[in-house]
Design a protein around this ligand. Structure first.
Ligand SMILES: Nc1nc2c(ncn2[C@@H]2O[C@H](COP(=O)(O)OP(=O)(O)OP(=O)(O)O)[C@@H](O)[C@H]2O)c(=O)[nH]1
Length: 149
């Protein structure tokens, strides 16, 4: 894909609203996404905040697609082919595609964790709330899931 093709898909601005109880983790989610940071110190948001992030969606060359997605998927299903939507330009799903094909050929069944290994890992400190100074006790964060590598 040449640079001039980029100009054919103009930027679109979307506004997403993150809602939730106090201390649910809204700000943390937004700053992780927009700034790739995480702070374990809680600072209450008064009113609302805005974060801006430019992303490239895996729709590279989508405007030049000649076979519709559903037709592609049906064909793959009927012929027992594995199906992948990748972009060499953005890198989207490239590693995952080759990993799955290699595993298929060798008859190795990949589990969810192995497939996720090829995706970007977001690392964050785990907050120990029992040792943190209590700044606000109502509505503790609902999720305590994390991935450790
Ligand atoms: N371990 C862990 N802590 C988190 C996570 N998300 C948020 N926290 C912590 O939870 C606390 C509250 O997070 P915030 O993002 O400030 O919550 P909020 O929903 O914006 O809070 P309000 O400003 O009251 O609306 C902070 O101390 C964060 O560090 C997470 O995914 N994992």
């Amino acid at each position: 894909m040449s640079d001039s093709e980029e100009e054919e898909s103009p930027d679109r601005q979307l506004k997403l609203v993150v809602l939730g109880d106090g201390t649910a983790g809204k700000t943390s989610l937004a700053t992780r996404f927009a700034q790739e940071t995480f702070g374990k110190q809680y600072k209450q948001t008064i009113g609302l905040d805005f974060y801006l992030k430019r992303i490239i969606l895996p729709v590279d060359l989508e405007h030049m697609r000649t076979v519709k997605v559903d037709k592609h998927q049906r064909f793959c299903q009927e012929n027992n082919f594995s199906s992948h939507f990748v972009s060499a330009k953005t890198g989207d799903s490239v590693f995952l595609c080759f990993q799955r094909i290699a595993a298929d050929i060798l008859g190795i069944k990949l589990n969810k964790a192995e497939m996720e290994q090829s995706q970007r890992v977001v690392k964050a400190d785990i907050v120990n709330y029992s040792q943190e100074p209590v700044t606000r006790s109502v509505n503790p964060p609902r999720s305590s899931m994390c991935a450790v590598q």
